[in-house]
Design a protein around this ligand. Structure first.
Ligand SMILES: [Zn+2]
Length: 484
């Protein structure tokens, strides 16, 4: 297997990647891979630093005559997402990743491959080792725990790097330059609930499910349904016509995912059940019609359930909860004024849980502009205040505001156009990247992110396109040579 990978071009890069596959490096367990980086640096007589959390930087002097060029940082993350198919016996803590060549791609057998970000790390090691390359002074930064909250980038000391331009090698589409990302911050809301003795007899569960969900940043502009909000809409409309007693609303399970399911428990007079069901059916048919282009799997159910539940909410508390859920914003708030198709600011109504005395609601908001992020969170706060709820804003993480005037962008676009005889696609993403945090610590760092083509990262279908790795390497080395 390893021999086969090593026969690929560029051989230095694949040699290091084949070695990385043998070293377990799931998020939280990157120590051994950090050791490997250090051993390569020592073997090449390059100096390095390793900080307390495990981030490593290696310094390589300029090639002769290029001592006065600006210093470039190549950056990648050491950790990988460890996922496997349930029928695969693989222990990520000790087994090597079994990679194989399948046509134009390299893929692992039933596990994630770790080409995210193993190819980026291997290419940095190859640049470190390759004495034939022409470049200015360089730093190679390897961060830990990117996949679990960008922890290594957060812990980076402000004097760890001295470079002024940074290539982040963690993008997944050859031919695309990423030049911006969103920051984000959650808001946690607690709405007091008041309960009364129940009067109505039977317990029913209303559930909406089968929505597509998706990433709360990347997929927020896809027009998908938010199960919590749609459930709130059904309850709001129903309570205008039918008397029921709400017990709880539950929905969503991840802060960074659009909720796919939500349900409510209600007490109802049995004689009203049929009327409620037909009302819901009509209302849900309207929802299905509104979302017919994107949510073909959306369904609802309304069933009598056995078992015990809490007492119902008082009429005021029930009305307050439903109104609050229906008024909380969800979706795109603003598009970027200069970059077509890029969401600048958004918010996701992510989770609701009901305890006996309190509903807990979590929203996650994003923006590439710090003040716009705070403005969305203030509007959520204002609504919470109207509803009489308490709200806490979690610490925000910074975005990376796209700079279309960047010198680095200009130069790399020239190089790309010359090497491939076509223009790169320049984009920003509506999700967090390490560059956002690095940029906050190094405000004058000019940054860009690119990489080879990787499909299905974070899943056992992950695969990297062999030809794109070769082209990525051509472009990377040409850029280093020409940035003076
Ligand atoms: Zn990555």
């Amino acid at each position: 297997m390893t021999e086969t990978l090593e026969s690929l071009k560029p051989s230095l890069l694949w040699k290091h990647f084949a070695h990385i596959l043998k070293i377990p490096h799931c998020s939280g367990s990157e120590r051994a891979l950090g050791d490997y980086i250090v051993s390569v640096a020592k073997g090449l007589n390059l100096s390095y630093k390793r900080d307390k959390v495990g981030n490593v930087v290696v310094m390589k002097p300029a090639s002769p005559g290029r001592e006065h060029s600006s210093k470039i940082v190549l950056q990648g993350h050491l950790d990988m997402v460890c996922e496997k198919n349930s029928d695969v016996a693989h222990d990520f803590s000790k087994d090597p990743i079994q990679a194989e060549i399948k046509g134009e791609w390299v893929q692992a057998k039933g596990t994630t491959l770790g080409s995210d970000n193993g190819i980026g790390v291997a290419s940095a090691l190859a640049v470190m080792e390759d004495k034939s390359l022409v470049h200015g002074p360089m730093e190679f930064l390897f961060t830990i725990d990117e996949e679990v909250g960008l922890k290594g980038a957060y812990k980076l000391a402000k004097n760890f790097l001295s470079g002024t331009q940074l290539f982040n090698l963690d993008s997944e589409e050859l031919g695309t330059f990423t030049i911006g990302c969103s920051g984000g911050g959650d808001s946690e809301i607690a709405l007091a609930l008041e309960r009364k003795k129940r009067r109505l007899k039977d317990l029913y569960r209303l559930k909406v499910f089968g929505f597509r969900g998706g990433h709360s940043g990347i997929d927020i502009n896809q027009g998908r349904g938010n199960a919590i909000r749609l459930l709130a809409r059904l309850l709001y409309i129903s309570q205008e016509k039918i008397k029921f007693e709400l017990v709880r609303v539950e929905g969503g399970n991840k802060r960074n995912a659009i909720p796919r399911e939500a349900w409510a428990a209600v007490y109802l007079e049995r004689t009203m059940a049929r009327k409620m069901h037909s009302l819901l059916k009509n209302q849900f048919a309207e929802i299905q019609n509104e979302y017919k282009a994107v949510e073909q799997g959306a369904q609802f159910s309304f069933e009598k359930i056995e078992g015990s539940e809490d007492d119902p909410l008082t009429a005021a508390s029930q009305g307050g909860l439903i109104r609050f859920l229906l008024s909380l914003p969800h979706g795109v708030i603003a598009m970027h004024p200069e970059i077509a198709g890029l969401v600048e600011t958004s918010t996701n109504l992510a989770i609701i849980r009901c305890e006996k005395n309190e509903a807990q609601i979590i929203t996650s908001s994003r923006s590439s502009v710090g003040s716009a992020l705070e403005a969305v969170r203030k509007s959520i706060q204002a609504l919470a205040e109207l509803a009489g709820a308490r709200i806490v804003h979690a610490l925000a993480y910074p975005g990376w505001e796209p700079n279309l005037q960047s010198e680095l962008l200009k130069k790399l676009t020239e190089v790309y156009t010359r090497v491939f005889a076509k223009d790169p696609l320049v984009k920003a993403i509506h999700a967090g990247l390490e560059c956002g945090i690095i940029g906050e610590k190094y405000p004058s760092m000019d940054m860009i992110s690119f990489g080879p083509t990787i499909e299905h990262p974070h899943s056992p279908e992950e695969r990297v396109h062999i030809g794109s790795v070769e082209n990525f390497w051509r472009f990377l080395t040409a850029s280093l040579q020409e940035l003076v």
